[in-house]
Write a protein that binds this ligand. Structure first.
Ligand code: NCD
Length: 290
């Protein structure tokens, strides 16, 4: 992959070697992230940050990273604060915004929208989440976290055993993470979801075609007992027709301290892309695990 003039829209664009190159760069950047070293490598550069859907972590972390490297951030959040509320097309917005930015990160509620936007952009566009489709930067950082955990145990990503739990149908982080894991060797993926919220078939097929093992289940306790990572996710309520429909699935698979201790192998890593839903009827990841 040539990162210089490409957009980052999907994990489909990546090869294993690309991922390893990014992780090596991330290792080298760690002292800058910790402020042990200072750089102004992005001095004068402008990040256009456009989040047309709720975001805390992704929006602020992209902005902070850009600032830490000496660059500036110009942002718009929510349709109501942008000219899209006046009927402007994504094409027109992209033509204008890309004239003011050196790179753009964008989140939008529709699958494929960030790709559509990128076609009209004069500068590289990074997908910060397009509907239920993909969230490639989240997957990269999740795998980087996994790799960091495994290294201290003398393990590599190959032969990894991961349980993904929750809304696997609408969850874009798990879609991107599946594709990313499939680039490695001999992965065991246990997919735990309500039947109606299964991982889309094309993704299950893609992982199987690469020679990995995929098990689908509706039993949490059984599924988390022989894995290295439990990756919990929130019911993506904003993708359902109504709150009542989302309520049918909220709180179906709850991981808490008692279940973890009773069923997981020692040192199983718990992950969640966050936000976790901490309302009474949800709590997919209990605060007693903090
Ligand atoms: C996720 C997202 O927006 O897809 N959040 C994030 O970016 N870390 C997960 C979610 O909203 O459930």
């Amino acid at each position: 992959m040539n990162f210089e003039d490409d957009h980052i829209l999907s994990i489909d664009q990546f090869l294993r070697a690309d991922v390893e190159a990014i992780f090596n760069t991330a290792d080298k950047m760690m002292p800058f992230a910790r402020r042990e070293k200072i750089t102004k490598v992005l001095d004068g550069a402008i990040l256009g940050s456009m989040f047309f859907e709720a975001s805390t972590r992704t929006r602020i972390s992209f902005g902070s990273a850009f600032n830490l490297l000496g660059g500036n951030v110009r942002e718009t959040t929510g349709f109501e604060h942008s000219a899209i509320a006046k009927g402007e097309s994504l094409y027109d917005t992209a033509r204008v915004l890309s004239g003011y930015s050196d790179v753009i990160v964008m989140r939008h509620p529709e699958s494929g929208s960030v790709g559509e936007f990128s076609k009209a952009s004069r500068v590289p566009v990074i997908n910060g989440g397009d509907g239920s489709n993909e969230h490639p930067s989240q997957a990269l950082l999740d795998l980087y976290t996994i790799k960091s955990e495994l290294v201290s145990r003398g393990r590599s990503i190959d032969q990894l055993r991961v349980a993904m739990v929750g809304d696997l149908n609408f969850g874009r982080t798990v879609h991107s993470l599946c594709k990313l894991l499939a680039l490695f060797e001999d992965i065991k993926l246990v997919l735990v979801s309500p039947r109606e919220l299964r991982m889309p078939d094309d993704l299950v097929e893609l992982v199987r075609e690469q020679g990995h093992q995929v098990i689908e289940s509706e039993n949490l306790e059984e599924s988390i007992s022989h894995v290295d990572i439990v990756y919990s996710t929130r019911i993506q309520e904003e993708r359902f027709n109504s709150q009542e429909e989302a309520d049918l699935y909220r709180g179906r698979f709850r991981l808490n301290h008692t279940i973890y201790t009773a069923h997981c192998e020692p040192n199983t890593v718990i992950m969640h892309p966050l936000p976790r839903d901490s309302r009474e009827n949800a709590r997919e990841l209990d605060e007693d695990l903090n």
